[in-house]
Ligand binder design. Structure first.
Ligand code: IMP
Ligand code: MG
Length: 175
């Protein structure tokens, strides 16, 4: 089967929106230190572009998790593949995600991180699919709300491919 990718959100739209969200974060955290936690691998492009727009005292850390069970639907039980390098105790933390779908992964991750005693913990996501939500997670910063379509590009993959696209696309399968 052949695949075609249709553009959903352009590179220009992404960078314009990141600037707006970064402005809000700059105001909300003015004069404070902030640890950005990137959830690998999907969040990496977004975190890099967002971090460059922040004029705060920022530190970057990375975490890699995988969900057990079926591939297409997250079970909510998460295995830590790579943990953070540094402690978040007493720190302001912002989790940077590519997309919140069911919310299961994030709910689990939040649970783990909250036990480590951060001063505050907030969530920032590039994309949000609210219609798919199973867990009630509060997302503090959302760049784009999208309908229930499988998207890829700008960090998001389809079977590990297409992460390098500079835009968000939707896959169309052609006969
Ligand atoms: P959740 O636990 O259902 O919220 O799953 C979130 C994770 O599933 C995201 O961090 C993505 O890695 C992946 N995911 C969910 N929807 C999509 C999509 O449309 N395209 C690519 N990956 C997705
Ligand atoms: Mg992710």
């Amino acid at each position: 089967m052949k695949e075609k990718i249709n553009v959903m959100i352009t590179e220009e739209e992404i960078s314009k929106r990141i600037l707006e969200v970064a402005d809000r974060i700059n105001k909300d955290y003015e004069g404070r230190e902030l640890i950005l936690i990137c959830v690998l691998k999907g969040g990496v492009m977004f975190m890099c572009d967002l971090a460059k727009r922040l004029n705060l005292d920022v530190r970057l850390d990375f975490m890699s998790v995988s969900s057990y069970g079926a591939e297409t639907k997250s079970s909510g039980v998460v295995k830590i593949i790579k943990d953070l390098d540094n402690s978040i105790e007493g720190r302001d933390v912002l989790i940077v995600e590519d997309i919140i779908d069911s919310g299961n992964t994030l709910a689990y991750l939040l649970d783990i991180l909250e036990k480590r005693g951060p001063k505050s913990i907030k969530l920032c996501t590039l994309l949000d699919k609210p219609s798919r939500r199973e867990k009630d997670v509060v997302v503090d910063y959302v760049c784009f709300e999208i309908e229930d379509k499988f998207v890829l590009g700008y960090g998001l993959d389809y079977d590990q491919r297409y992460r390098n696209l500079p835009y968000i696309g939707v896959m169309e399968f052609l006969e």
